[in-house]
Ligand binder design. Sequence first.
Ligand code: MLC
Ligand code: AMP
Length: 491
Amino acid sequence: MQTVTEQFIDVLVDHPRKIILIDERGKWNASQIYNASQYILNDILNSRSFKGKRIVVFCRPGLSYTACMFAGWMSGAMMVPLCITHPKEELLYVLEDSGAELILADKELRELLPQTKVKTAFPDFKGTFTDPVPANYTTPLSTDPALMLYTSGTTGKPKGVVHSHASLSAQVNTLIQAWEWSENDHILHFLPLHHTHGIINKWLCALMSGAVCEMLDKFDADEVWKRITSGRINVLMAVPTVYVKLIESFHQNHTENAELKNTLQQFRLMVSGSAALPVSVLEKWKAISGHVLLERYGMTETGMVLSNPYNGERRAGTVGQVLPGMEVRLADEENHLNATEGELQVRGANMFSGYWNREAETKKSFTKDGWFRTGDLVRIVDSYYVIAGRLSTDIIKSGGYKISALEIEAVLLTHPEVKECAVVGIADETWGERIGAAVVWKNDTHELEIIRQWLSDKLAAYKLPSLLISVNEIPRNAMGKAVKQDVKRLF
Ligand code: MLC
Ligand code: AMP
């Protein structure tokens, strides 16, 4: 097995002067990225081994994020990328839960970091691009932890999902082969860099192929159309909400651009994932671009598992078939296997090593014979897999983000006027689901905007309810547990 660092060094040797990264500040070739990471390794990390330690990265998309991640991997650390728009309370939770040894951050983001005892370094890349520094790094074991991503689950606070160097490398290389990535590719990147989709499917697959990764600071539909118009980009990957927003913006502002259709036709690959792609969106996108979106299915814990074919029939409303290196089976709630429908269970090369410091939860998420329980309900129709639902009503997918209703409820309940509450996902054309909160108030009722404002320094923006109803009581079963299907009907 080659680690992603070793693969990156191969790219460097093959194409030292090729521009492989474009960000809002410049264009960077492989040597410049490598030298920037060596500068961090030697001057900031003092050539120390961080084996067995966690390093947090708090950087804007582009050179600094890339150099910090690779420097951290070269030092032997497990890397924990944080979202730069999260409120301080969420950041602090991850810093504490992960037991981070060091934060590598952009200086301009200093004010966004919470007060913490964790040592923080602000690498300054000025002057690091001319003299190549000799290679100097710790080679990890394939089983050593490489990456930790925080994901919401059915048990409240987000959990750290740990991937080893082996599973990280397996995820990247499976996709490079399945979707035929090459050094001729050029992807536009606008997804968050603290989740699988943005990190593995886009950023790492591009860099490991020697392709160009063009990174925006954030998603903006008009900016995406502008960049597409430049004609350099040939790969697009996004969550369904992004395609919905691009379709809206196309019809509002870009229908007159005759060249655009032609440019879109020249794309090599367009992928959708992280949430269900409505067939209507697939069709509208096809009418604009001439492409049938390749829909695939994955999870932070499992990497990508199912994918429509790159060559071959992409079937609308399905997520295709099992990717190489992965195995799946379907089972009912008593874990009896079923050939055509049931909960999707997974094992294989992409699989995570466990939830950080949560042995019991890790154990519970696997069957006794070692299959990971995804919690997603699946049907097989003519050998294509269809995602049919989810076992838990406490998991919400909004804009491609996985959100725990329980986490929001726990925070809402600390509001002095909230007596009881229940949070649910309400189906929505743009967002997949929107977050709805039903609240029983103690005395005064509060408007949605006031509650969003109150929550905004405690929870990430995408976890804030966008629907709020005041109720006299929460529908509950005989055990006193909220019946979420009944709560949904109240909206
Ligand atoms: C934002 N808004 C929402 C919302 N998020 N409203 C309802 N529901 C939501 N979820 C509102 C804001 O309050 C704001 O309102 C307006 O929408 C614009 O907000 P924004 O933050 O500027 O939105 P935008 O930048 O357009 O973001 C949309 C997005 C983003 C789709 C780009 O949500 C995103 O990056 N999603 C990707 C998440 C992801 O990477 N998931 C992958 C997880 S890994 P106002 O009134 O202020 O204008 C995984 C595994 C796998 O799932 O299989 O890949
Ligand atoms: P996350 O935990 O953020 O990695 O989200 C993983 C979850 O996203 C899966 O368990 C699915 O519920 C959902 N998901 C990913 N891809 C798809 C897809 N193509 N269709 C439906 N759901 C998906």
